[in-house]
Design a protein around this ligand. Sequence first.
Ligand code: AMP
Ligand code: ZN
Length: 319
Amino acid sequence: MKTRCKGLKSTCGKEATVYLGYIRRGFCDEHFIIYEIKRMSRTIKRYNMIKATKDTIFVALSGGKDSSALLDMLISYYNQIEEKYRPKIEGIHINLGIDINSFSDKSQNIVKKLCKRLNVPLHIIDLKKIYGHNLLEIKKSNQLRSKKICSICGTIKRYLLNKYSMELGATKIATGHLLDDEVALLMKNLIFGSIESLTRMSANLETIKEYNLLAKIKPLYEISEYETLNYVQIKNLPYISEKCPFTNQKSKKMKNVMLDLEKEYPNARYSLLRNFNKYYRTIFKTQNNLNTKPISKCKKCGQPTTMKICSFCRIMEKL
Ligand code: AMP
Ligand code: ZN
């Protein structure tokens, strides 16, 4: 039997195009989009992510569907609100110079197209132009250290996003991290007992000015990949459907395992994340209080680190 959309407040009755198992409800295109924006705005409020009149939010845009959906949802949500209560929203993209299948060029073009369509200012930070080397060249010169390319890429992205967003006037960086990402990481940390990592997991990391650490927020923290995929397709938003040539297969497997669990327990992932935030986090925090490494400033570049020299500077030293 075909499922019908029940609308949000009043009945709709159109045929449902998206079915969300965790609330056992189907939506037509129009009501699905409204529902997702509401869901994101609830997460923003729940975790106190944005101070609308004070914040300048830089949305970290990779060209992928999640950050494309995030930017559109933020713009759509704040467009419903009086202008004086809106935060400033801008985009920032890191071009890592991955030339396999012209991946980085394609990603950058998508991001440009998206920002043009949504009328959002965009900042492009080009690794090779600023530091003289692209990701693969940096990885090659780091071969003696057994660091994986995804880990080097992650360090570079975090570093550049933090440094340049702060310099360009952002008060917060918003990333497209999803329920799927957070739950997979949570499970990995639980399985391997990475207590310090568990205590650091958060939807909302605050600014620490004295260490040049800029706040990070994840407005899609409670939204799944299935939802962002439907969102970008219904709204016909530009996004790159190809995966990065270095995509981490292990983390993909963990995501699939957790997704499978929802066939039996439809709300399992959301519930795990909620309970972690409500109850378990404080337990891990008290357990780990004495062991957390204090944050300081890198002796070379002044960016935040828990060591004397930050990971980015140590990677660049090998060049
Ligand atoms: P990933 O770690 O690739 O799953 O990406 C997680 C989030 O980080 C994305 O949703 C983006 O918000 C951000 N991000 C990833 N790659 C880039 C990039 N090249 N430039 C800007 N932001 C990025
Ligand atoms: Zn440094």
